[in-house]
Design a protein around this ligand. Structure first.
Ligand code: APR
Length: 320
């Protein structure tokens, strides 16, 4: 049986890391596509040359021609520009919307059966636009945000409690932005919910609130340190987890930016929700019951996403 084909649209910081991870995990053969000439070819060759020492079997190809993504099983999209210090993800909207149009058309023409994972920011609006531009089924187009946001939350919690990250689970819903909704009630250490850990004296409510805020600002913290771009190791790792869930039909329960139609009272909105990812793509959106405060945070987040979607419609008439 032929190896799966993974197309990476955008061969920048995240794209290169995705290629390296996909090859090392032997998820399939990798095609790196970019408009920059030489970049995808150079990264593909460099990673391929790491193969003999690492011992993986995966073919890598760099290209500037969409025809080379033909028949891809998975497309992971990072094409576009990242933010610089002082910029919000929303500041990227105008430039990256145009990029989504060309990427959507390229995927529709050459890889219409792929499972598409968008990483380009502002995430929720870009994945919405990418689904529209590509015309692919909504269950096959999603965005990576929740896995990354919850990984950041889990990391900070493991530091706070001095326990293994493996035993910390966390839930982050809503848009991938300042209004994201980390749900403490559904976040646990080995099944013990965070509010119980506060009662047990493991931490205080104030410290927990500070960790929630640090999670919301997690992307900006990295941008502030790097100064020349945004995070790439953790975003790439999160997207690979989603791609693997699809390729291996793992039925993983992962939060991601999915097309929500019915759940949470939404009608066709892309926003971060818990999902089941398997061979069918986004096989299920899990409609968890939120309490009043959580619902209010979620509503605020959804409004922020809707504002960005409206801004996209204002820029590109074909999206109306
Ligand atoms: N088609 C294909 N590739 C494109 C296009 C396009 N129309 N426009 C830009 N690119 C490529 C650039 O040439 C660059 O190599 O996208 C790549 C982006 O890489 P980086 O600038 O290194 O950005 P990266 O850190 O990988 O982030 C990419 O993901 O997390 C988000 O906010 C981030 O939107 C940004 C995206």
């Amino acid at each position: 049986m032929a190896r799966p084909k993974i197309a990476l649209i955008g061969a920048g910081q995240i794209g290169g890391t995705l290629a390296h991870l996909a090859a090392m995990k032997e998820l399939g053969d990798v095609v790196l596509f970019d408009i920059a000439e030489g970049t995808p070819q150079g990264k593909a060759l460099d990673i391929a040359e790491s193969g003999p020492a690492e011992g993986f079997d995966a073919a890598l190809k760099g290209t500037n021609d969409y025809a080379d993504i033909a028949g891809a099983d998975v497309c992971i999209v990072t094409a576009g520009v990242p933010r610089k210090p002082g910029m919000s993800r929303d500041d990227l909207l105008g430039i990256n919307l145009k990029v989504m149009k060309s990427v959507g058309e390229g995927i529709a023409k050459h890889a219409p059966d792929a499972f598409v994972i968008c990483i380009t920011n502002p995430l929720d609006a870009m994945v919405w636009a990418l689904q529209k531009f590509s015309g692919l089924p909504a269950a096959k187009v999603c965005g990576m945000a929740g896995v990354l946001d919850s990984a950041r939350f889990r990391h900070f919690l493991s530091l706070e409690f001095d326990v293994s990250m493996k035993d910390v689970t966390a839930f982050v819903l809503g848009g991938h932005g300042d209004t994201m909704v980390p749900l403490t009630r559904y976040s646990t250490v080995a099944g013990i919910p965070l509010p119980d850990l506060v009662k047990m004296g493991w931490t205080t409510q104030d410290r927990l609130d500070a960790i929630v805020q640090r999670t919301r600002d997690g992307g900006a913290e990295i941008v502030g340190l790097l100064k020349t771009g945004s995070a790439f190791y953790a975003p790439a790792t999160a997207a690979i987890e989603m791609a693997e869930a699809y390729l291996k039909d793992q039925k993983r329960v992962l939060p991601c930016a999915a097309h929500v139609d019915g759940a949470y009272g939404l009608k066709g909105t892309y926003v971060g929700v818990p999902t089941v990812i398997g061979a069918g793509g986004i096989e299920k959106v899990i409609d968890i019951k939120l309490d009043k405060d959580e619902q209010a945070m979620m509503d605020k987040s959804i409004e922020a996403v809707k504002g960005l979607v409206e801004a996209c419609k204002g820029i590109d008439n074909s999206l109306n």
